[in-house]
Design a protein around this ligand. Structure first.
Ligand SMILES: Cc1cc2nc3c(=O)[nH]c(=O)nc-3n(C[C@H](O)[C@H](O)[C@H](O)COP(=O)(O)OP(=O)(O)OC[C@H]3O[C@@H](n4cnc5c(N)ncnc54)[C@H](O)[C@@H]3O)c2cc1C
Length: 487
């Protein structure tokens, strides 16, 4: 492990991606993700964000000085007070505003998780199988990613041939990632994982369990957690179709900037060195990991800050449309937009409560209050598609009345300038606004965003069931019991 100097520049990040990684898109292997059409502009966007860490305007919000002297991303800071939690929240929110929440997988998401695992050292120390000091491995990994400002992705979900088999807690070794061999050097894994957002343009991938593993010896080969560089031999990424079709920022304001790419990950007999293994062969430990380390709380904190920025942005687009069309006095229209305002302010209130009630955890670190964050991450997958639906209802055919930027500089220009004006905007500004709305509510990029919001934290039915299990039910049933006892 080589310690770095903390925050990197965008140029350093881009240089780091020019390695031997095996990424496939559109039927061919990518030679260099930093120059590949459909991927490269997302890389450039993230590089620009990393540069902002050095910018005086943002530096004190998004970075901190660690005890070892390095200036690191705030998301790596181990919180020791409520003020630290508030500072981390401000950093998450700042990062999210840079893309208005449209670049969902900024590195602070995974940084929050690594920080949690590394600061809950006694949890991983419980692992007894395999040839490694798992707790020390995580401490080393944390120092590695923190001081080298590594960009991580993660993949948690196994593909399944049969949903019935999966529901019974079984995995198919034909497709699911599993250990095939243990050697002195490490474990050899084979199989596939769904899905790695940002995978092709990350430095390293964390491969952790999230699906509940039955504590059955048959499941031990599927129970592990590790992290390896994307360029590891035998690791392949198969990208979905890109939504960045090379259009201008005017024509595709979001897709031209924030294509973060998702990929299925194949592990073709990949050797994972012991020093990069964090859990091994213990399904019960794997099942507890995200909860017991409070990683889920810190990740949900980052997510709530990002969703607030995103909800505010959608509210802003809707208000801009109302103003442009002069319909901001129409009661029905105001009602539709206020529904989105209510959702936005609900997320803000939940975030506020979580931060206001931050408290010390069992490891001596601080965490936000979990329950409002759980509420937020169960609500937003419902809120976001509804916000998009309202944008579609309000945008209607204007979402289709979208001539291209080139039409403002060709023989059609007089027509375009004449026929696309609206009450309070000239044609070009109106088209720009509706093209933005289109990229949220209609385009492939926009539809993938809605799918992402529905699923990225896990299948809704499982999330809801977990919410039910964790809910303080006695608090509500006691009063029912008390009333019944009176009769
Ligand atoms: C855009 C996008 C990005 C993603 N990025 C990542 C990533 O970076 N890393 C990562 O690890 N994962 C990622 N995911 C994957 C995500 O974690 C999974 O999509 C999610 O966990 C759901 O799993 P699944 O897709 O296998 O759905 P399934 O489990 O097949 O579920 C499909 C549908 O059926 C419903 N369902 C299934 N079983 C039941 C049941 N018993 N009762 C009721 N309803 C049921 C589910 O609620 C869901 O609506 C991403 C997903 C998307 C869409």
């Amino acid at each position: 492990m080589t310690l770095g100097n903390g925050i990197r520049t965008g140029a350093q990040y881009i240089a780091g991606l020019q390695d031997e990684r095996e990424v496939w898109t559109r039927g061919k292997r990518v030679a260099d993700v930093t120059t590949e059409p459909g991927i490269k502009r997302g890389v450039q966007t993230l590089a620009g964000f990393l540069d902002r860490q050095h910018d005086e305007k943002y530096r004190d919000t998004v970075t901190y000085q660690d005890n070892d002297g390095s200036r690191c991303a705030m998301s790596f800071k181990i919180p020791k007070s409520k003020e630290d939690i508030l500072a981390k929240g401000r950093a998450y929110y700042e990062w999210a505003k840079w893309s208005n929440g449209m670049f969902g997988r900024t590195p602070d998401y995974k940084n929050a998780s690594v920080m949690s695992f590394a600061s809950a050292t006694s949890f991983l120390a419980q692992g007894t199988k395999g040839q490694a000091d798992f707790s020390q491995n995580m401490t080393n990994f944390y120092d590695h990613v923190r001081t080298n400002d590594k960009v991580l992705t993660h993949t948690l979900v196994n593909p399944q041939i049969s949903h019935a088999q999966a529901a019974a807690g079984k995995f198919s070794s034909e497709v699911a990632l599993h250990v095939v061999k243990e050697t002195d050097a490490g474990i050899i894994v084979n199989g596939a994982r769904l899905l790695a957002t940002l995978g092709p343009s990350a430095d390293e991938i964390e491969v952790f369990p999230s699906t509940v593993l039955r504590a059955d010896p048959a499941n031990e080969p599927f129970a592990f957690a590790f992290a390896i560089p994307i360029a590891t031999k035998g690791l392949k990424m198969i990208c979905r179709d890109t939504y960045d079709h090379g259009k201008s920022h005017f024509d595709a304001p979001l897709a031209s900037r924030f294509e973060e790419m998702d990929a299925v990950v194949i592990f073709d007999n990949v050797l994972v060195p012991w020093e990069r293994v964090f859990m091994y062969g213990e399904p019960e430990l794997c099942n507890q990991a995200f909860g017991a380390t409070n990683a889920v709380v810190h990740m949900a904190h980052q997510v709530a800050c990002g969703k607030l920025a995103k909800a505010e942005f959608l509210t802003g687009i809707l208000v801009s449309i109302l103003k442009a069309t002069g319909r901001d006095r129409d009661l029905a229209m105001k009602g539709m937009v206020s529904e989105v305002m209510l959702m936005t302010e609900t997320i803000r209130a939940l975030l506020y409560q979580a931060e206001a009630e931050a408290h010390e955890d069992e490891y001596g670190n601080f965490i936000p209050l979990r329950s409002p964050l759980d509420t937020s991450r169960n609500l937003f997958p419902k809120y976001y598609p509804r916000m998009v639906e309202i944008l579609q209802m309000m945008g209607s055919s204007s979402l289709m009345a979208t001539p291209a930027e080139a039409d403002f500089a060709n023989d059609l220009t007089p027509d375009v300038l004449q026929y696309f004006q609206v009450a309070n905007l000239d044609s070009k500004d109106r088209v720009a606004l509706y093209r933005l709305a289109h990229d949220v509510a209609v385009s492939g990029f926009g539809n993938r965003q809605a799918l992402y919001e529905r699923f990225f934290f896990g299948p809704p039915h499982l999330m809801h069931a977990a919410y039910f299990d964790l809910y303080d039910k006695d608090r509500v049933t006691d009063r029912v019991d008390a009333l019944l006892a009176e009769s």
